[in-house]
Design a protein around this ligand. Structure first.
Ligand code: KIV
Ligand code: ZN
Length: 386
């Protein structure tokens, strides 16, 4: 089994399905070209049947992308599959991704179909997709709430009809890591290892990345994710977190991705602006505070050796440098370093006085900027002169 994990980005499809995250045609093309440059393995460019705009965006992306596979999503409906096939037709490496629900609750209330009928639908639609392209992905929607025996029956049918990737989504973010890993182990035992198995995890319980990594442990070799974790409801597994978890913890997770991680921050900013969704300050990897230190103890450690409080280098994810943020928790060491940076060299007594004034200010003011410290020192110098 390969140690290389394929990264399947669905920012432009599942990500755009976030309420209020609609992106323009040009923004989508720009994001796709960035993902292509980053060497993301598969870009799910959209849902071509959803609208004329989606169809045109997927077609344009298919024409322009050089490296990545370009996938179009289709329900298990002939018209959807034909439209997706048409949209990805010009891609160097086209893929049709078709899905159908498999869980009892979806079959009963949404599909209003029997288990046997769904298996027939899988046969018809995967065969249709395979007549259009060689690379077909099949997903069993709500796989994690599907009885395993029936799920295996569906997967076997999809493989028999030509699916080359089998995706087992945790559509409602319900699974735990152990359950998710065991589902892949079971399906691989029952259905064999001749296809690529894929994870697709939603974040309703905040477990999307943990579940994706557990899926890899269970034998999945493709991870579906989005930049900034954008996606339906609480979002999808965050691409930047999956990529960096595998990179930083290669000692216990011996799998790699081909993604150029130094582009992560750029991609995050691009998606944030295009979607209008701000990235939370404490978001792992790409949040404003991901490499910022305010407490005195941490700042002191950082000034002595960065690895005391950082497990990856900011430049590895495209962040220029770590920052020591001056606030009421900052210590003398960081304050002295900041003064030096601003061009002030003070003797012990003056430093002591300046530090006391700084702490008073920091108690009153949420953010202490360089200008505040400069003003504080200028006041102090004037007082001494008087
Ligand atoms: O969450 C899900 O099940 C999906 C499918 C369309 C793959 O997004
Ligand atoms: Zn999804």
């Amino acid at each position: 089994m390969s140690d290389q994990i394929k990264i399947f980005d669905t920012t432009l499809r599942d990500g755009e399905q976030s309420a209020g995250a609609t992106m323009t045609h040009d923004e989508k093309v720009q994001i796709a070209l960035t993902l292509d440059e980053m060497k993301v393995d598969v870009i799910e460019a959209g849902f071509p049947i959803a609208s004329q705009g989606d169809f045109e965006a997927v077609s344009e992306i298919a024409r322009q992308v050089q490296f990545s596979v370009v996938a179009g999503l289709a329900r298990a409906v002939p018209g959807d599959i034909a439209r997706a096939g048409e949209a990805v037709r010009h891609a160097k490496r086209p893929r049709i991704h078709t899905f159908v629900s498999t869980s009892p609750i979806h079959l009963q209330h949404q599909m209003r179909a029997t288990e046997d009928e769904v298996v027939e639908i899988i046969a018809r639609t995967v065969t249709q997709a395979r007549d259009l392209v060689d690379d077909v992905e099949w997903s069993g929607m709500d796989a994690t709430r599907t009885p395993l025996e029936y799920l295996a029956r569906c997967v076997r049918k999809a493989i028999e009809c030509g699916a080359t990737t089998i995706n087992l989504p945790d559509t409602v973010g319900y699974a735990t890591p152990t359950e998710y890993r065991e589902m892949f182990e079971y399906i691989r035992r029952e259905c064999g290892d001749d296809v690529t198995y894929s994870t697709h995890c939603h974040n309703d319980l905040g477990l999307a990345v943990a579940n994706s990594l557990a899926g890899i442990e269970g034998g999945a070799r493709q991870v579906e994710c989005t930049i900034n974790g954008l996606g339906e409801r609480a979002g999808n597994a965050a691409l930047e977190e999956v990529v960096m978890a595998l990179k930083v913890r290669g000692d216990v997770m011996p799998w790699t991705t081909g993604v150029d991680a130094t582009q992560l921050m750029r991609a995050s900013k691009l998606v944030s602006v295009a979607s209008g969704f701000q990235v939370q300050y404490n978001k792992a990897i790409v949040g404003k505070n991901a490499f910022a230190h305010e407490s005195g103890i941490h700042q002191d450690g950082m000034l002595k050796h960065a690895e005391t409080y950082e497990i990856m280098r900011p430049e590895d994810v495209g962040v220029r440098s770590s920052s020591l943020v001056m606030g009421k928790h900052s210590g003398r060491h960081a304050f002295k370093t900041k003064l030096k940076e601003l061009g002030f060299e003070l003797g012990d007594n003056a430093l002591q006085d300046a530090f006391r004034r700084f702490k008073d200010l920091a108690d009153r003011k949420k953010n202490v900027y360089d200008e505040d410290i400069e003003a504080l020192l200028e006041d102090q110098i004037e007082e001494v002169a008087e």
